[in-house]
Design a protein around this ligand. Structure first.
Ligand SMILES: C[S@@+](CC[C@H](N)C(=O)[O-])C[C@H]1O[C@@H](n2cnc3c(N)ncnc32)[C@H](O)[C@@H]1O
Length: 310
């Protein structure tokens, strides 16, 4: 039961949230997440930012609060992700609309932005060519368009529903006009455009699906039941989309270009082999996430290919 007990009257918000936290923990939500989720849902119901919450969380719950809060907690108890309930998720300090058509941006994907800013930061004011393959919510394309204000950005995804979400996010963050939208794969885009159309690429980023097909069934319910399979399924070893990307990318890379990609837990050695087997690229670095798991690979063009754009 998630509602107030008989005779509660107007309980302090913080107590109601603590009770919701306990309900979520009993439903299998990890203890640290349960506290955050109960608070985020309360703020969503109240339409308060975190500052307002910190200032007023000991106030009695307003009269309409319970009717708005209880259904949200009930949905989370059924292991619906918070981002699906609130339809928003923060990425690199900006709020992104999310929904059933897109993967909810993860904190570890911010490592791609971090690496891009570190590696290309000195060229921030230059007219760089950037592509984001598997754009989903557009979190990477939009963030990079904001971080590199003179770059031309191409956002690519095989899902038209995801592209619609990404376009809305780009418009909301004022970069809709600076991003070209492509439905398909990187290879499709390259086949349908020439280097002269959009210039060569200085930066290619990708967080493509990387869960091995056989492991999809053991994902947590938040992911398995609420995130699109097209955003998760990476084929037999989880690396099919990256394999295709590394095969297609080199012809459009400018000298000194960087490819920055995310990988799944335990995929670092396979990714090393993949890069070693691919023509025209070399692995520069693998970076770990906050849990110490190798997560982000930085790859460079190792030599100009005959067909390379230069
Ligand atoms: C893991 S989600 C990542 C979304 C977003 N970039 C992020 O980091 O949150 C992968 C996205 O890649 C798209 N996708 C899957 N296979 C693809 C492919 N071969 N080429 C382009 N996009 C692909 C999916 O539709 C999905 O939106």
């Amino acid at each position: 039961m998630t509602g107030p007990r008989a005779g509660d009257g107007a309980v302090p918000l913080i107590d109601r949230v603590a009770r919701a936290r306990d309900c979520l923990a009993r439903a299998g939500v990890a203890a640290d997440e349960a506290q955050i989720d109960a608070e985020v849902l309360a703020r969503h119901a109240l339409r308060w930012d975190r500052a307002a919450w910190l200032a007023r969380r000991r106030d009695p719950a307003p009269p309409s609060f319970e009717a708005r809060y209880a259904p949200l907690v009930a949905r989370r108890q059924k292991r619906e992700p918070v981002s699906c309930i609130t339809r928003r998720r923060e990425f690199w300090g900006r709020a992104f609309a999310v929904g059933p058509a897109v993967l909810t941006p993860r904190p570890e994907t911010e490592l791609i932005v971090e690496a891009a800013v570190e590696l290309l930061g000195e060229r921030r004011g230059a007219p760089l060519g950037i592509a984001d393959v598997g754009t989903g919510s557009g979190c990477l394309a939009v963030t990079l368009a904001r971080e590199f204000p003179r770059a031309s950005v191409t956002a690519i995804d095989i899902s038209p529903a995801a592209l619609a979400v990404a376009r809305r996010n780009a418009a909301e963050h004022g970069v809709g006009e600076r991003i070209a939208w492509v439905e398909g794969t990187l290879a499709d885009w390259l086949a349908g455009s020439s280097a002269e159309d959009g210039g060569g690429l200085d930066l290619l980023v990708a967080n493509l699906p990387y869960v091995p097909t056989g492991e999809l069934g053991s994902l947590p319910p938040e992911v398995r039941l609420h995130e699109p399979r097209i955003a998760l399924d990476g084929g037999t070893d989880g690396l099919d989309p990256l394999r295709d990307l590394l095969h297609a990318a080199p012809v459009r890379l400018n000298p000194d270009a960087r490819i920055i990609v995310e990988m799944g837990t335990g995929q670092a050695n396979a990714l090393r082999d993949l890069v070693a087997a691919a023509a025209g690229v070399e692995l520069l670095d693998i970076r770990a996430d906050l849990q110490g798991i190798p997560r982000t690979a930085v790859i460079a063009a190792d030599r100009p290919l005959e067909t390379a754009f230069a």
